[in-house]
Every structure is written in structure tokens, then in C-alpha cells.
Design a binder for this molecule. Structure first.
Ligand code: MGD
Ligand code: MGD
Ligand code: SF4
Ligand code: MO
Length: 880
């Protein structure tokens, strides 16, 4: 295997499930130059803001470079030996179900396959579950109920070929930006194409929509049941397809007919317009994501959508079908290898005896569990009870991302033996580990991932493994060998693991499964090294393409299934202490718990602190002011975050992003608020349906700071983010410190050799401080009784500069206009710059802004925001 390659490599982006091809070229100084791969069929050269900034995230700062055993650096032999011994001992004393693996859709397929093989085939427990439980489990369960197996029928081209694309619970513009751009480009080329967004919030995705249905949280089953009724009433059923290929039509209709549209929270005329558009447009693709999956009714939501496509036969044909977009880069690969506690490799089922026997014989394994293992939420409950005594977490951060995150964090802290494989020790979960295992990260590792359209692409190494870091598959195999199973885990390369998996998929296909890559079972090392992106199935008889257009499903009788589904009442908001429904999700430029994106100053500018979006009516009723701090409480936890007042939110509902952790904010962990309520079929948590109460936090002071060294914030509210030459920090508290200079020196870690320039405004409780060392600005602190009005982008750019009067005012001088908050991360163009150009240069389109300022011309992720700025400017002009 290549360990220190220097030439450009073609690899795949490690973020979202679009699975874009990336060309990475080492710069010789440990970094990478990044560009989109024009030959990759997912992106044809495009990258979003996160993909474009990958080069800023591969530095070794904060990287875990050697194993750590009980806090001390150790050799691999000692670390792997300790893991093996403690797991073996626990199994010997308490049985195989006393241990667990919690893994991730960010592992490569080869890593994932061996982890699953070790737990299910050799340890003999099914207690391996993955963060895909929080992500794709409801789609998996819905697919299995309707199709007999977990198949995504369509391809990305379907979104371009459709005449109607319906996005349900998907903020595609921010979460699958390149696929969104493909959609926007297709619509521009064919303006008749219609886009409908079904989301309680008016998201950036709505900027491309012809219709937005601000459905009440949880109202999707009622909405799609209404559509199914309308399909039947208007005679839009494809009777021939249903008769020949689908069961359950009458029961599904009966269930749909037993409810009304009330739960949708939408006016009937809006629903009717959407239904009629759906009915009169044959080529319709319904894309859905976490607004559907992450629900106590997630599986029923999925089947409510699938029902409509099955009833009309609009599935598996060009431009038609349901399309569950995957979140993580290898969410799909994880499903293929059976990463979920109720699955076996290659879409086989653990509870099916024939499947178990086939896998066990193939692995020549000593044992095989007969029942499903514990799903994520149950797994952490069992850890809390002490029933699971040894836990190995790989490539995920459950202390942040699990519901009831405070309780989960305490459960991990109380577990007898915790192993964490990660690229950094600076995570909420890694801080709790007894053994820390340094994994190679993106850009250093080799293997495959499968994207949302079933396309398998290679990740390739462009950089050497840093320090003592090892590949995840190697780490797992080392531990397996030390547990006594050297022969079964004696792989010398990911190619060897891939071949084994591909061979097993041929056996699975013989058992009637869809996932078949047996055509790659004999792939040579050289061909694996050169493997071009390939869509499964790949077998003697099939080569990519769509499923189910022929009406053949993977149920025992080959027929698809419509399911009778009914709306359930959402979690109660009748407790007067928690009157709001909490919606959670993602921002454009951050990835989950930010262990990588927070390293990039560019990506940290778009949203630099945890926030809550509140409808103006609710805000005024509660006395929440824009840019004030909200105190948000639920039965399970508490969060402090910045208030954004916006009518993009429905009254009675609030939104908090999931990204902030104990590393990046004082109290910003959204999942501390989320209850451990799960979908009864899939076990997926209701991450979008918690209940909370909120009030204005009584801040007596607000602060903003920049610093060249990493600050040690000390305040009830703080949030830390990267700036180009250092850090930026937001602060607030209920009681102001007495001496701001002393406070600043403590937070920035500055001694008396550093000079402080201080301006105090004691009448208004404010102060402005600049700290200067050797003629350079090393830190600045602005405090006030009101949210601090300082140009963040200006100050963040001034670190290291010679001190100026402007550094004490926090605003650029007359000669330097304030660019304002960053909109375009690629070219660092701020909102003020854009608004000024729109006005003075009479720019009338996103393209014109691009031509004038470059904004939006690289990754395009900010194009929806540019469009919104243009619309706002036009509205203002019209009003004047
Ligand atoms: N920038 C960025 N991109 C990412 C990620 C990231 O961390 N950052 N993560 C990746 C991963 S792992 C995933 S799973 C995907 C997730 O991608 P998405 O699912 O698109 O993202 P979310 O923001 O979690 O949620 C989508 C929308 O669901 C809406 N919603 C909430 N409740 C309901 C409801 O009851 N009904 C409906 N119809 N909608 C509802 C929310 O308002 C939200 O706008 O993103 C992937 N891409
Ligand atoms: N409230 C709320 N909660 C949610 C969600 C939500 O929408 N709302 N979304 C849920 C969803 S869909 C998801 S997918 C999860 C995501 O949640 P997590 O999986 O917990 O989040 P990540 O930050 O992606 O964690 C990945 C970890 O793997 C590490 N890592 C990166 N590369 C490698 C590698 O190559 N090897 C190893 N061993 N480690 C590596 C990273 O440093 C990081 O610590 O969050 C879920 N939680
Ligand atoms: S859309 Fe962006 S985050 Fe997703 S794979 Fe492509 S470049 Fe990466
Ligand atoms: Mo996800």
C-alpha cells in the first residue's frame, strides 16, 4: 500500500452522502490542495464549501498521534493487548453480551466489515450498533417493510429528469449542497420543472422552491395519507401495476381514510394545490431525509411516502421514485456490511436462520448470535445499568450526538472499560476513554465508501499516516488477533477485505438479496487501486441502474407492500414548563461535532456560535431580544444560546443546531435537550421532536474577543471558534467581573510583559481592551451591557497586525468598509460588501454578484443566501 504518495490522488469527500469526487494534491508541507474531480459522476467537478475547505482540516494540531492507556502514551502492542485482554476477560466472566461496539457511517466499508465480523462472528454478540441508528434506521426499516430489503431504487439523474421534485424534511441546500446544485441547474435549464419543500422551517432550500409547505412538526404521515386518498379519489392509481406487483393497497387506503389533514397544520387549499401538482405530474421524485427519519413515527413516515409511489407505479423509472438521501459518506456502506444490530453483512438478516448459517459458514466462525443486539439508545441504557461493561466507540461522538446526551455522557463515564478510536483526543467522548486509539483520518486512509445512489468510490491516501496512527481496519484486526482470532483477521490490505465482502454478497444474492457486488469479487490489487466509481449491483447479470421499474421486489413473493399507517399524536407539549417543540439539525459549513470543520477559519465564520431560531411572536412574548441569550431547558438538560428572531420558524417551534460540544461552547449541546424517545420499529430517536421551555438569560454583560492563542473562557455563556490567525470568542454572563484587564489576561493567558490598552465606559458598563506584544495585536476584548456591536470579521482579520485606533473601536476606519458577516466562505465575501454592490452596481442576479465579487462562483453553497439578499434588496426598493 502507498504510505507516502506525493502525486495528486483521486479520492472521495469524507462528509456528506452525495459522495463527491475530490482531487487532492500534497503541497509538500503536510497540507493538501483540493479541487473537484470532473470525472466523478456524483459531482462532475463541483464541491461545496465543506469539500473545498478540506485542505484546512488536515493539519496535525489536536491530532491523536499515539495510543493512550489510562492517560499515558503507550505502544500499540500494549494498547491493543489491553483492549483484547479486557474484552476477553469481560466476555469470559459475563458472556458476550456484556460488551459492545458503537461504530459509525464514517468508517470505510472495509473497516466497518471487519468490526461487524469480529463482533457478530467471533465475539458472538450482536451488540454492535452505529450512529446510522440516529440517521438512516427508519429508512432502512421502511424500505424493508415495503421492498423486502433495504434498497434505494433511484439515481441522482432522476432528480434532474423529474418534472416535480418534492423535498421532505431535507435541507438539501445546506446538507447535500452539490446534489442541490445539480437540481438547481436542471431547473434553470428546464424552468417548467417544479420543486416543493415540505419542512416546518423556511430553509435555504426553499429559495429554489415553487411551493413551501411549512408542515407542523410530525405532520408528514397525515400529509402523505392525504395524498394517497387524493390519488385514489381522483383515479390516479396505476391499477395494473398494483394488481401485478403490490400488496396492501386496500388496507393502506383504509388507514389513510381514517384520518384528516388536521395534523399537517396546513390550510386545505395549499395541500390541495400540492396534491394536484403531484397527481398531474408523472415524473415525480420524493427526496427525504432527517425530517422524516428522525421521528418517533419515522418508519411510518417513510412508508407513507413509499405508499404513494407504489400506488402510482412511479418507482424505478427515469425521473420517478422515492429517494432517501444518506447523510454520512458511508451510511450506505454501513448498511451493506450489516453495521446495524439487527442486520448481518450484505443485507442479510440476523433473525433468519438460513442467512445466519450462510454467513457463519462463509466466515468459518465459531459462533453467531441468533437475535438482534441492542440498538443505540438501548445500548447506552444497558451501559448506564452496568449490564454492558466494556465499550469500544469508533468514529463517532455519542456523548454529544445521542439524545439525552448528558445522561449518555455520564453512562460512558461510569462504564468499567471504554475504548475510543478517533483522530483526536479533544472530543467529549474521547475525554472519557480508558484507552485511546489513534486512527488515520481522511487523506491518510484507503478503502471504499458508497454514496446515496449506491455508487461505490475509493477513498485514497494522499498523505502518510501521522505519528503512530493506524488504519481502523488494522486496529480492529490487531485486537481480533490478540483475542485469538489471528487467522480470520489476517488481512494485509483493504483490497483483500473488499474481495471477501464482494464474495459474500454473491452468496447473499443467492438468498434473494439486492446487494450484489459479486462482479468485483476477484478484483486484483491493481484494479482495486484504480477502481473507478461504480454503482451496485455489479454482477454477471446486472450493472448499476434502477430497481423496481420491473415490479420485482425482494419480499418472499416478489411483491411490493403498501403499509397501513396512521398519524400518532406528537410528544406532548402540554407540560406548561416545556411549551415549545424543539427542532434540531445542521448548518451549512459545519459537520456534526465539528472535530474537523472547526479547524477551518473559513468554515467557522458562517455560524460562529450555538443559536436558537425563534418566531417573532414567541420572542416578543418571552422578552427574547435579537442577539440576546436564551436559556433553553427540557426535562433532560439545558442549553444557553444566541437568539435569532425569524419568521422562517413556525410559532411554537424553535430550532437549535446539533454541532456545538463541550469543546466549543459552555452549554451548547443540543442533544442535552432531546428526549430518548424512539421510533418503535426502527429504534431511531425522535431528534426533531423534543419539548423545551425557554426564557431570556439575564445577561448583565456581553463580550466578544479575538486572540492569537487559544483562550480559556470563563463565563456562563461562551463559544469558541477559529479565526485566521487565532481564535474568536463570544461571551456573556449575569455578573460582570470587576477588573476587565485582569479578566482578559486570565482568559488569554497573558503575562505582564504584554501591554494592555484599555478604554472603559463605566457609565454603560462597557470596556474595550487591546493587548499588544512586540508591536502586534495579540488579543482584544470588547464588553458591554448590550450585545457587543463589533465587526467580528474585521477584528478576526486583524490579529497579528500592528495596533491601530480601530482595534479599540472594533470597527474598521472610514477608509476600510466593514465587510460584515461572511456569506461566501470560498472568497470570504461579507454581507455588507454584497449589499453595497447590489445597490451601487445595480446587480440583479446571483450571476451578476458572482461576476462582480466572485461570491458564489466556486462551491456555490452560498447561492441561496445571495438570492435571499437580492430578494431583500428588491423588496426594500419596492417599498421605498
Ligand atoms: N453542512 C452539513 N451537511 C451535512 C451534515 C452536517 O453535519 N453538516 N451531516 C450529514 C448527515 S449525517 C445527515 S444525516 C444529513 C442530514 O440532512 P438533512 O436531513 O437535510 O438535515 P437536518 O438539518 O438534520 O434536517 C432536515 C430538515 O428537517 C426538518 N424537519 C424537522 N422536523 C420535521 C418534520 O416533522 N417534518 C418535516 N417534513 N421536516 C422536518 C428540519 O427543519 C430541517 O430543515 O446531512 C448530511 N450533510
Ligand atoms: N439533536 C440531534 N442529534 C443528532 C442529529 C440531529 O439531527 N439532531 N443527527 C444525528 C445524525 S443523522 C448523525 S449521523 C449523528 C452524527 O454524530 P457523530 O457521529 O457523533 O458526529 P461526528 O462529529 O461526525 O463524529 C465522528 C467522530 O469520528 C472521528 N473521526 C473522523 N474520521 C475518523 C476516522 O477515520 N477514524 C476514526 N476512528 N475516527 C474518525 C471524528 O473526529 C469524530 O470524533 O448525530 C446524530 N445526532
Ligand atoms: S456535497 Fe459537499 S460535503 Fe457533500 S460530498 Fe460533496 S463536497 Fe463533500
Ligand atoms: Mo446522519
Amino acid at each position: 500500500m502507498m504510505e507516502s504518495p506525493r502525486a495528486t490522488v483521486c479520492t472521495t469527500c469524507p462528509y456528506c452522502g452525495v459522495g463527491c469526487g475530490v482531487r487532492a494534491t500534497p503541497d509538500g508541507a503536510g497540507g493538501l490542495a483540493i479541487e473537484g474531480d470532473k470525472t466523478h459522476p456524483a459531482n462532475f467537478g463541483r464541491l461545496c464549501s465543506k469539500g473545498s475547505a478540506l485542505g484546512e482540516t488536515v493539519g496535525l494540531e489536536d491530532r491523536l498521534l499515539a495510543p493512550r492507556l489510562y492517560g499515558k502514551e503507550a505502544s500499540w502492542q500494549d494498547a491493543a493487548g489491553e483492549v483484547a485482554q479486557r474484552f476477553s476477560q469481560t466476555i469470559a466472566r459475563h458472556g458476550p453480551d456484556s460488551v459492545a461496539f458503537y461504530v459509525s457511517g464514517q468508517l470505510l466499508t472495509e473497516d466497518y466489515y471487519v468490526a461487524n465480523k469480529l463482533m457478530k462472528g467471533f465475539i458472538g454478540s450482536a451488540n454492535i450498533d452505529t450512529n446510522s441508528r440516529l440517521c438512516m434506521a427508519s429508512s432502512v426499516a421502511g424500505h424493508k417493510r415495503a421492498f423486502g430489503t433495504d434498497t434505494v431504487p433511484g439515481t441522482y439523474e432522476d432528480l434532474e429528469e423529474a418534472d416535480l421534485v418534492v423535498l421532505v424534511g431535507s435541507n438539501l441546500a445546506w446538507c447535500h449542497p452539490v446534489l442541490y446544485q445539480r437540481l438547481v441547474a436542471a431547473k434553470a435549464a428546464r424552468p417548467g420543472m417544479q420543486v416543493v419543500v415540505i419542512d416546518p422551517r423556511r430553509t435555504a432550500t426553499c429559495d429554489a422552491a415553487d411551493m413551501h409547505l411549512p408542515v407542523a412538526s410530525g405532520g408528514d404521515v397525515a400529509l402523505f395519507n392525504g395524498l394517497l386518498r387524493r390519488i385514489r379519489d381522483m383515479g390516479a392509481t396505476d391499477g395494473a401495476f398494483v394488481r401485478a406487483h403490490v400488496d396492501g393497497f386496500d388496507a393502506a387506503i383504509a388507514a389513510a381514510s381514517s384520518e384528516t389533514s388536521e395534523a399537517t397544520g396546513l390550510p386545505d387549499d395549499l395541500l390541495r394545490r400540492f396534491y394536484d401538482l403531484w397527481l398531474c405530474t408523472e415524473k415525480v421524485v420524493t427526496v427525504y431525509s432527517q425530517g422524516v427519519n428522525q421521528s418517533a413515527q419515522g418508519t411510518d413516515k417513510v412508508n407513507a411516502i413509499l405508499n404513494c409511489h407504489l400506488a402510482t407505479g412511479r418507482i424505478g423509472r427515469p425521473g420517478m421514485g422515492p429517494f432517501s438521501v444518506t447523510g454520512q459518506p458511508n451510511a450506505m456502506g454501513g448498511r451493506e456490511v450489516g453495521g446495524l444490530a439487527n442486520m448481518l453483512a450484505c443485507h442479510l438478516d440476523i433473525e433468519n436462520a438460513a442467512h445466519r448459517i450462510a454467513v457463519r459458514e462463509f466466515w468459518q466462525s465459531p459462533t453467531m448470535p441468533e437475535a438482534a443486539g441492542l440498538k443505540a439508545v438501548d445500548m447506552f441504557d444497558a451501559i448506564e445499568r452496568g449490564q454492558i461493561k466494556a465499550l469500544w466507540v469508533m468514529a463517532t461522538n455519542p456523548a454529544v450526538s445521542m439524545p439525552e446526551a448528558d445522561r449518555v455522557r455520564a453512562a460512558i463515564a461510569g462504564c468499567e472499560f471504554v475504548v475510543v478510536s478517533d483522530i483526536t483526543a479533544a472530543t467529549d467522548t474521547a475525554r472519557l476513554a480508558h484507552v485511546l486509539l489513534p486512527a488515520t483520518g481522511w487523506g491518510e486512509k484507503e478503502g471504499t465508501v458508497t454514496n446515496s445512489e449506491r455508487r461505490i468510490s475509493r477513498q485514497r491516501a494522499a498523505l502518510p499516516a501521522p505519528g503512530a496512527a493506524r488504519h481502523d481496519w488494522q486496529i480492529i484486526c490487531d485486537v481480533a488477533a490478540a483475542m485469538g482470532w489471528a487467522k480470520a483477521f489476517d488481512y494485509s490490505s483493504p483490497a483483500e477485505i473488499f474481495r471477501e465482502h464482494a464474495t459474500l454478497s454473491g452468496i447473499a444474492a443467492g438468498l434473494g438479496k439486492d446487494f450484489d457486488i459479486s462482479g468485483l469479487a476477484a478484483i486484483s490489487d491493481a484494479d482495486y487501486a484504480a477502481l473507478a466509481p461504480v454503482q451496485w449491483p455489479v454482477s454477471a447479470t446486472r450493472n448499476g441502474g434502477r430497481f423496481f421499474g420491473d415490479g420485482k421486489f425482494f419480499t418472499p413473493d416478489g411483491r411490493g407492500r403498501m403499509l397501513p399507517v396512521r398519524s400518532a399524536a406528537p410528544a406532548s407539549t402540554t407540560d406548561r414548563r416545556y411549551p415549545f417543540r424543539l427542532n434540531t439539525g445542521r448548518v451549512r459549513d459545519h459537520w456534526h461535532t465539528m472535530t474537523r470543520t472547526a479547524k477551518s477559519p473559513r468554515l467557522s465564520q458562517h455560524m460562529a456560535e450555538p443559536y436558537i431560531e425563534v418566531h417573532p411572536d414567541d420572542a416578543s412574548r418571552l422578552g427574547l431580544r435579537p442577539a440576546g441569550i436564551a436559556d433553553v431547558e427540557s426535562p433532560s438538560g439545558r442549553v444557553l444560546c444566541r437568539v435569532i428572531v425569524t419568521d422562517r420558524q413556525r410559532p411554537g417551534e424553535v430550532f437549535v443546531p446539533m454541532h456545538w460540544t463541550a469543546e466549543t461552547a459552555a452549554l451548547g449541546r443540543a442533544d442535552a435537550l432531546v428526549a430518548s424517545v424512539v421510533d418503535p420499529v426502527s429504534g431511531q430517536p425522535d431528534s426533531k421532536g423534543a419539548v423545551v421551555g425557554l426564557s431570556a438569560y439575564p445577561a448583565a454583560w456581553f463580550g466578544f474577543a479575538v486572540s492569537t492563542s487559544k483562550p480559556r473562557p470563563d463565563a456562563p455563556y461562551w463559544a469558541l471558534a477559529r479565526a485566521r490567525e487565532g481564535w474568536r470568542l463570544e461571551l456573556a454572563g449575569a455578573e460582570a467581573p470587576e477588573d476587565w484587564e485582569a479578566y482578559g489576561r486570565m482568559v488569554f493567558g497573558l503575562g505582564s510583559e504584554v501591554e494592555a490598552l484599555v478604554v472603559t465606559d463605566s457609565a454603560r458598563g462597557g470596556a474595550r481592551l487591546a493587548f499588544v506584544a512586540e508591536g502586534q495585536l495579540v488579543a482584544a476584548l470588547f464588553v458591554a451591557a448590550e450585545p457587543v456591536a463589533v465587526s467580528r470579521s474585521f477584528m478576526a482579520g486583524e490579529l497579528g497586525a500592528a495596533p491601530l485606533p480601530a482595534h479599540l473601536s472594533g470597527q474598521p476606519g472610514q477608509d476600510r468598509p466593514d465587510p460584515g458577516a461572511t456569506v461566501c466562505a470560498c472568497f470570504d465575501v461579507g454581507v455588507n460588501t454584497i449589499l453595497a454592490a447590489i445597490e451601487t452596481r445595480q446587480l440583479a442576479s446571483v450571476e451578476a454578484i458572482g461576476a462582480a465579487l466572485q461570491a458564489g462562483t466556486n462551491c456555490g453553497s452560498c447561492r441561496p443566501e445571495l438570492a435571499a439578499l437580492l430578494a431583500g434588496a428588491t423588496r426594500r426598493e419596492a417599498a421605498e
